[in-house]
Design a protein around this ligand. Structure first.
Ligand code: NDP
Ligand code: 8X3
Length: 258
């Protein structure tokens, strides 16, 4: 890294698509250097090339699965010391798998959601938080969901995982109170990403219906909110944000269901 450049650094998990990619685009446009982390390396490479060309920033890519603590630990620790000065961590990698009644849901779907949305967030945080404490500053933005506020039918484990993100965010805030490290839980409503394609195991027809006849949020909308939180003075922290499209009131009511 060019040591003369004083750009801040943001590490974004799940930055190969959707909200994570939107955050990468917005933070890059504000001059941040980026550490992009996800499993699909080609997507990260393409995004990285585009953003370096457009904004003349620097980018590191970490190809990793957030469910694998050993790999995360080794790859993050192998970063050059200047790249370990992470100002903002966005714990975004996550997914919903299936939309089935509790009694019909697949055990493998439950495990994937819990391992990614809860344990993955913990693994990454466990590695980055000490680096922030050492510097006496930092911001952790966890991407929860409005599903963490209200549980909807057939969403028990996904909603439970996002409810856990909310509790863990509160716990982090409590325990990090004297360290200078801030914690914010952003809880989006409907954002058009690959989320529904993943939820419905690749069923494009079923996933397209979700965002039809309404105007969902974009990944970059969440990026704008995250950048705003990261731009506040050190004395200010926003602990929890619920953000919905104008055409959605809560998990049950949107323009189509009203
Ligand atoms: P996408 O499917 O578009 O993006 C998910 C991202 O997470 C991808 O970059 C994916 O990358 C990454 N990811 C998934 N599993 C892993 C893993 N095991 N290791 C590393 N990276 C992983 O969906 P969204 O952008 O919508 O989802 C991002 C977050 O936002 C999730 O936590 C989701 O729960 C939350 N959210 C989404 C909402 C929505 O309506 N879309 C609303 C509220 C919250 P790759 O596959 O390359 O590893
Ligand atoms: C994603 C939002 O309402 O589809 O977390 O579960 S919702």
């Amino acid at each position: 890294m060019n040591k003369n450049k004083m750009s801040k650094i943001v590490l974004i998990t799940g930055s190969s698509s959707g909200i994570g990619e939107g955050c990468a685009r917005i933070f890059a446009s504000a001059g941040y250097n980026l550490i992009l982390l996800a499993r699909r390396e080609e997507k990260l490479n393409n995004l990285s090339n585009e953003l370096i060309e457009k904004y003349k920033i620097e980018i590191q890519i970490i190809q990793a699965d957030v469910r694998n603590y050993e790999v995360l630990h080794s790859k993050i620790n192998n970063l050059d010391n200047n790249w370990k000065k992470i100002d903002v961590l966005i714990n975004n990698a996550g997914l919903a798998r299936g939309l089935e009644k509790f009694q019909n849901a697949l055990l493998s779907d439950w495990e994937e959601m819990i391992d990614t949305n809860i344990k993955g967030l913990l693994y990454v945080s466990k590695i980055i938080v000490p680096l922030m404490i050492e510097r006496g500053k930092g911001l952790i933005i966890n991407i929860g969901s409005i599903a963490g506020e209200v549980t909807y039918p057939s969403g028990s484990v996904y909603c439970g995982s996002k409810s856990a993100v909310k509790s863990i965010s509160e716990g982090m805030s409590l325990d990090l109170i004297n360290t200078g490290v801030k914690v914010c839980n952003i809880e989006p409503g409907m954002v058009e990403t690959e989320f529904s394609i993943v939820r419905f195991h690749g069923d494009l027809e079923r996933s397209e219906v979700v965002y039809k006849d309404m105007e969902p949020l974009l990944g970059t909308d969440i990026g704008e909110i995250a950048l705003h939180v990261a731009s506040l003075p050190q004395r200010v922290n926003i602990q929890n944000i619920i953000i919905t499209p104008t055409s959605q009131a809560n998990v049950y009511v949107n323009k189509k269901t009203a």
